[in-house]
Design a protein around this ligand. Structure first.
Ligand SMILES: [Zn+2]
Ligand SMILES: [Zn+2]
Length: 160
């Protein structure tokens, strides 16, 4: 299976090593992708752990777990990504990653876009905050439509 985040790599060779904690994400985009994959496989603990400490009280483990349980993440597209290593991090100019994602919530399809800001805390990348650019409902696919995850399969045989 290719990784949830949409790379051609397998999950094990892509986001799993970050989610399982064997490695830290080297760049903000890698962290963003792994957080998306963590939503897709409903790993709320990883999402909590990779949120900056200041924001954790407003994004509790229970909040994250509830949101992850309600949503099914179908597709991720990275729109724009500022490359930055931990060594080159400058808190005056925190790097951003802009992405668009497609998710299902209560059988309704949504398109979500955000520009996320990442900072370094405890020598690892953490999610700081995000500007939500769009969060709009899309027409619900019919059972015989092609799946919005772009697998090429019919919706009824794929992400429904
Ligand atoms: Zn991945
Ligand atoms: Zn699908």
């Amino acid at each position: 299976m290719s990784c949830y985040c949409g790379t051609s790599k397998t999950f094990e060779l892509c986001c799993a090593k970050f989610i399982e904690g064997t490695e830290f994400a080297p760049e903000p985009e890698a962290l963003m992708r792994s957080r998306y994959s963590a939503y897709a496989c409903k790993n709320a603990q990883y999402l909590f752990n990779t949120t900056v400490t200041d924001q954790q009280k407003d994004n509790t483990l229970i909040d994250i777990a509830q949101w992850a349980a309600q949503t099914k993440w179908l597709k991720l597209l990275i729109v724009d990504s500022v490359q930055c290593t931990i060594e080159n991090f400058d808190s005056n100019y925190p790097p951003t990653v802009e992405f668009t994602a497609i998710y299902l919530n209560n059988n309704k399809l949504f398109q979500f876009s955000e520009k996320s800001i990442f900072i370094v805390e405890d020598e690892q990348w953490k999610y700081f905050s995000g500007d939500i650019l769009t969060d709009v409902q899309l027409p619900t696919p019919k059972r015989n439509d092609l799946c919005p995850c772009q697998s090429g399969k019919k919706f009824k045989r794929c992400c429904t």
